[in-house]
Design a protein around this ligand. Structure first.
Ligand SMILES: Cc1ncc(COP(=O)(O)O)c(C=O)c1O
Length: 376
């Protein structure tokens, strides 16, 4: 059996979790949360990083920090997870979906300007599979129209665009540390903030609307409820799990890349012959091997492929049903322009098992089985 995903585990998680418990500090913002924030700030050259309870809650925070007013619109791709959209609804915005590029499955930067109205306030980009969106163009558009940029970098931890860590380019970046991600804490995430102007509001928002963080730093002598807030800080037990993984970030990344490259080598001849398509990595982008996908001819071909793999107990998975065609997408949003690629390409894509420390034998089973499908 080859599962689609196994949560990353490096072995030191137990020890750090034990330390968190022994320190009698298992609520939020304990030692391990601070260590994780610091590691990410240093490594990714981020002005501010705050762990959150999920990637979704990081997106929630980003949306609330954008301070949308009734009627404001946000541009985003339809090919993404529900969290990208639902966070913007929470923040009070209307959704305007834009088509993707077929080569990266990322928002098509050339189609963004057409969707901008006098109500547009932000662009949410999703770095699908840890491959960067065309950020120079997108940041230029945002600057020209005075829009905020939120990077949904849920899948993009450790990936870069022209040398810059994804999540640090826009106004806000959002990471996920869900168990399906390259680095995990079970459920968790982080918000990255570019402009220090937002640090204090973000702290208050994350801490139930209180200025408790200021109090702990000794900047005020009592803490109180100062603004709207929610509870977005994770337990230090979860942070302890993540800390172990961040300490082995390169090892995890390299291990995943090794699997990715083995798949690439195995499937490249099929791509060269035109039977399948593979993920394109544009120049200047360094990916993090979050996903290895292949694109088949159509929905029927993909359904048969997934069934064929499943018959050998190998679990390949597809996603996403485009949001603009989902019930909530119809209720909350509209698609700007023509859906040239979103639906068509999403129906062709299937992801192969790819997780940290996947056994070479299992990886080869995946390759052999998939190649047999194409020979049949
Ligand atoms: C693109 C994208 N955005 C947001 C999320 C939400 O992250 P989380 O599951 O940590 O809430 C995910 C992953 O689940 C994702 O893949």
């Amino acid at each position: 059996m080859v599962p689609f995903n196994v949560a990353p585990f490096v072995g030191e998680e137990f020890e750090y979790i034990k330390q968190a418990i022994e320190a009698n500090k298992i609520s939020g913002d304990g030692r391990f949360t601070k260590l994780c924030n610091k590691i990410m700030e240093d490594r990714f050259k981020a002005q501010k990083v705050m762990l959150t309870t999920s990637g979704t809650s990081a997106l929630d925070m980003a949306a609330i920090l954008c301070d949308f007013k009734p009627g404001d619109e946000v541009i985003l791709p339809s090919y993404t997870f529900s969290s990208t959209a639902t966070a913007m609804i929470l923040g009070g915005a209307k959704l305007v979906f834009v088509d993707i590029r077929p080569d990266t499955m990322n928002i098509d930067e050339k189609k963004i300007e057409h969707a901008i109205t006098d109500k547009t306030k932000a662009i949410v980009v999703v770095h699908y599979g840890g491959v960067a969106c065309e950020m120079d163009t997108i940041m230029d558009i945002a600057k020209k129209h005075n829009l905020k940029v939120i990077e949904d970098a849920a899948q993009a931890v450790m990936a870069t665009y022209k040398g810059r860590a994804l999540g640090t380019i826009g106004d806000f970046g959002c990471y996920s540390f869900h168990e399906t991600k390259n680095y995990s804490m079970g459920e968790g995430g982080a918000i990255l903030i570019n402009d220090p102007e937002y640090n204090e509001r973000a702290e208050i928002l994350r801490e139930k609307g209180t200025n408790r963080s200021k109090f702990f730093r000794g900047q005020v002598d009592k803490y109180t409820w100062v603004d709207f807030g929610d509870s977005y800080l994770p337990s230090d037990i979860n942070a302890a799990y993540l800390y172990a993984q961040l300490m082995h970030a390169d090892e995890i990344n390299n291990n995943r890349l090794e699997t990715y490259n083995a798949y690439l080598e195995a499937f490249k001849p099929l791509a060269d012959s035109g039977r399948i398509e593979l993920q394109h990595i544009p120049e200047g982008c360094v990916h993090n091997a979050h996903i290895f996908y292949i694109k088949l001819k159509d929905l029927d071909d993909r359904t048969k492929f997934i069934e064929y793999m499943k018959d050998s107990a190998i679990y390949a998975a597809f996603h996403y049903v485009p949001l603009h065609s989902a019930p909530a997408g119809i209720k909350y949003g509209r698609f700007d322009g023509e859906d040239e690629y979103t639906t068509k390409e999403s129906e062709r894509l299937v992801r192969l098992p790819l997780y940290y420390d996947i056994h070479k034998e299992k990886r080869d089973l995946v390759i052999d089985c998939a190649l047999r499908y194409f020979m049949a």
